[in-house]
Ligand binder design. Structure first.
Ligand SMILES: Cc1cc2nc3c(=O)[nH]c(=O)nc-3n(C[C@H](O)[C@H](O)[C@H](O)COP(=O)(O)OP(=O)(O)OC[C@H]3O[C@@H](n4cnc5c(N)ncnc54)[C@H](O)[C@@H]3O)c2cc1C
Length: 448
């Protein structure tokens, strides 16, 4: 008999990674994955995994497959060049080192699915709509799907992305509970968290497969990250697919829409006119890259508001459903992997049983939420700095001004500092502390 039945809603990178971690750390836990799309496919271009996510890839044995498809081969460190590029003669203002491996997303997804032993447990075409959980926590959670079918589980995990239906259902329940206690203002605030809001950034992404001119031009062949920066706009390139292709993301700020609910699609086919004008007059490497941007997809980056909880009884949020963030630190998926890595290890512990499950989920929330929300804030700040906005350098009237070369050099130091956590913190050390925290919480509950 399995210890628990887990329903995972969403077979994106974080949902599938969580299932892999369950197979490894909680073999007595059974899971089913419900994916709304009719087939599994990862959209988007490249993805970078830094030291913390890489630790998890090594722990789950995924690293071997991933090394075969890394953009930079087996070298874990890539240089990161920051350039002032919104002028004909650009110049480099900072060079840093990033311990990242870079990949094409579709190749990562293939590696993850290849590693999942119980692939028959992925059910496609199952669009989740809502859940019902007995008020006293006794008895299974019932899931309802768009096709009219239902399923049950002991634990519901929503990894269904930034527009999560699990989050919407969870926050509707939490709001109703607040209303039942006469707390109308709290209920209104809780309902507000159901929907993501527009981050103020649109990103035009493509992969340039090198051939002809692009196989020899330096702009396409640097084995580094390059951030070509300008005001309110920057463009990031890095090698993927063992250097055979270049990942390109043109990042454009639309500050007037920040914080508003965005009703359009998260991604759509983009026309050249939407972004080429923003790069007129930029240094020649940029105009060359932009010239070769074909088959470009526009991503309207939505973010999840700062949630007061990731957990409702035996339902929990994971990945972008919990903390969809801006991509300026390339950390969103990594944070989702950290959620799943910890939760799987919690569920696999012998002292986590039907009686103590609620404690494990509360400790998951207590540990993961502040960490992920800190990364959300740091990522937002990175976006500002990459756009050459230094909050410490303003005119006397509070308006922004162009930075001098010396101020740009200092900006480079700030950019590095804001990303420092990715390099200097140890996920495994933190996990040990988390395990001790859970043991204490369970011990305290038993003695009380
Ligand atoms: C431009 C850009 C660059 C990025 N670069 C990086 C990077 O370099 N490194 C990094 O770590 N992160 C990066 N990120 C962030 C990263 O892409 C996301 O954090 C990550 O893909 C989120 O994965 P997820 O599985 O949580 O959500 P998703 O990938 O959105 O997957 C959600 C899944 O749930 C399914 N689903 C949705 N609704 C339902 C439903 N109702 N019922 C059933 N299934 C449903 C969807 O079909 C999908 O399969 C970047 C993001 C962007 C936009």
């Amino acid at each position: 008999m399995p210890k628990f039945k887990v329903a995972i809603v969403g077979a994106g990178l974080t949902g599938v990674f969580f299932a892999i971690a369950l197979e490894q750390y909680a073999p007595d836990v059974e899971f089913e994955i419900y994916e709304g799309a009719s087939r599994l496919s990862e959209i988007g271009a490249g993805i970078a995994l830094q030291a913390r996510p890489w630790t998890m890839m090594q722990a789950t044995g995924l690293d071997k497959e991933l090394l075969k498809i890394a953009g930079n081969g087996e070298r874990p460190a890539l240089a990161v060049l920051y350039r002032k590029s919104d002028q004909a003669e650009g110049f480099q203002f900072s060079e840093q080192i990033d311990n990242s491996f870079t990949f094409a997303r579709a190749e990562v997804q293939k590696a993850f699915l290849g590693r999942l032993h119980a692939s028959d447990r992925v059910h496609v075409g199952k669009r989740f709509v809502s859940y019902h959980q007995p008020a006293d926590g006794a008895g299974p959670i019932e899931l309802r799907f768009e096709d009219g079918t239902t399923a049950t589980c002991d634990i519901l995990v929503g990894s269904d992305g930034v527009r999560s239906a699990v989050r919407a259902s969870m926050y509707s329940h939490l709001a109703q509970a607040a209303e039942a206690q006469g707390k109308q203002q709290e209920a209104d605030e809780l309902r507000h968290h159901a929907h993501p809001v527009f981050s103020g950034w649109s990103i035009y992404r493509t992969v340039i497969h090198k051939s002809g001119e692009t196989a020899v031009h330096p702009a396409f062949n640097r084995p580094t990250f390059v951030f070509y920066c300008g005001r309110d706009t920057h463009i990031v390139t890095y090698p993927i697919s063992q250097g055979r292709a270049l990942n390109v993301a043109a990042v454009i700020k639309l500050p007037n829409l920040e914080g508003k609910i965005y009703t359009g699609p998260s991604s759509s086919v983009a026309s050249r006119d939407e972004y080429t004008d923003r790069f007129k007059g930029w240094e020649s490497d940029v105009t060359e890259v932009v010239k070769h941007m074909d088959n470009t997809t526009k991503w309207a980056v939505n973010v999840v508001t700062k949630l007061p909880t990731y957990v409702d009884g035996h339902a929990a949020l994971l990945g972008d459903a919990a903390h969809g963030m801006t991509p300026h630190q390339g950390a969103g998926a990594g944070q989702g992997f950290e959620d799943g890595f910890l939760l799987a290890q919690f569920l696999g512990r012998p002292d986590v049983t039907t009686d103590t499950l609620h404690i494990a989920l509360q400790v998951y929330d207590e540990i993961r939420r502040p960490l992920a929300q800190k990364v959300v804030a740091l990522s937002h700040l990175s976006g500002q700095l990459h756009s050459l906005e230094d909050p410490d350098v303003l005119e006397d009237d509070g308006s922004e001004r162009a930075l001098t070369p010396e101020e740009l050099r200092r900006l480079g130091i700030k950019i590095e500092k804001v990303k420092e956590w990715r390099r200097v913190t140890s996920l495994l050390d933190e996990n040990e502390v988390s395990m001790r925290r859970l043991a204490e919480a369970i011990g305290a509950a038993r003695t009380s």
